[in-house]
Design a binder for this molecule. Structure first.
Ligand SMILES: O=C(O)CCC(=O)C(=O)O
Ligand SMILES: [Fe+2]
Length: 277
């Protein structure tokens, strides 16, 4: 699969005191890390995907956020983007998904998540919603549970790039003492079983010296499928990659992928998000 080291070499851990919390230590190649970074910054941030800056009127109708930041070296605008939603849009107020509030789910992100899921034995996982979180060095994410999805048996997959996060995962109650885990660039978290509905959050981002997305290994550039080529051409050209690398050196990107519908379910009922099978 494009962007990954061979699954035989993956280091997969389950945290003993938090059953169902699975960590895969950076299974990505450098080019893979660069690819997802470019996609999150340049492409997934585009209209009609939803972002937190949509209502701020900072980006004119005929412009895009990343392009505007690059053209004027606009650091203030760069720091404004905090999240993008894809597929079934996460409703931050009601926390209820709605059949009428849904965009296209990117094929490459589907293929990548399905590959990771099936490698771990989850052969029926369907990516249907994603939140991309953009963190700066002073950003935090407060403790919460992700319980809006219909199929809570399906795990949640979370991919991290850039600076390191301290990730806390507790239990079903806010009173349970959470377990801290470092999430470094390329690490994948799978929240399954008892940990699927556990409280979790990100209290701190840590500055790191390592650049996990460097250097590019020429061997990883053979046999790139045509869907990936355009973005890979950006990733392998150091001058085109530079603004993306600069972003990663003082930010963290997290892609949080969920299955919304139960197995066999085709869509949500529009009024109350009750299931229609
Ligand atoms: O940034 C992270 O690692 C976690 C993000 C998260 O929990 C969420 O988007 O629901
Ligand atoms: Fe979450």
């Amino acid at each position: 699969m494009f962007g990954f080291k061979h699954p035989k070499t993956w280091e997969v851990f389950e945290i003993v005191e938090r059953p169902g919390l699975i960590i895969i230590k950076n299974p990505f190649t450098s080019i893979g890390q660069r690819y997802w970074t470019v996609k999150c910054l340049e492409e997934y941030s585009k209209k009609p995907n939803k972002t937190n800056i949509d209502t701020l009127n900072l980006v004119p109708e005929n412009k895009e956020w990343w392009e505007m930041c690059q053209n004027n070296n606009n650091v203030l605008l760069l720091k404004k983007l905090r999240w993008v939603t894809l597929g079934y849009h996460h409703n931050w107020d009601t926390k209820v998904y709605n059949e009428q509030d849904k965009g296209k789910f990117p094929k490459d992100l589907t293929d990548m998540t399905v590959f990771v899921a099936s490698t771990l034995g989850y052969t029926n996982f369907n990516p249907e919603a994603a939140i991309i979180n953009y963190y700066h060095m002073d950003s935090t994410l407060s403790g919460h549970t992700d319980h809006s999805e219909k199929d809570l048996e399906a795990p949640l997959f979370s991919f991290s790039f850039g600076q390191t996060a301290i990730f806390l995962l507790g239990g079903k109650s806010k009173d349970d003492k959470p377990t801290p885990v470092f999430l470094r660039s390329g690490d994948i978290v799978v929240m399954s079983k008892e940990s699927r509905l556990a409280y979790h959050g990100v209290p701190k981002i840590l500055q790191i010296d390592s650049r996990y997305w460097d250097p590019i290994d020429e061997n990883d550039l053979c046999y790139i499928g045509k869907d990936y080529r355009d973005v890979v051409n950006i990733c392998k050209d150091e001058s085109l990659w530079k603004p993306f690398g600069n972003y990663l050196s003082h930010s963290r990107i997290n892609i949080n992928v969920r299955q919304v519908l139960s197995r066999g379910q085709k869509r949500l009922n529009s009024e109350n998000a009750e299931e229609v099978t």
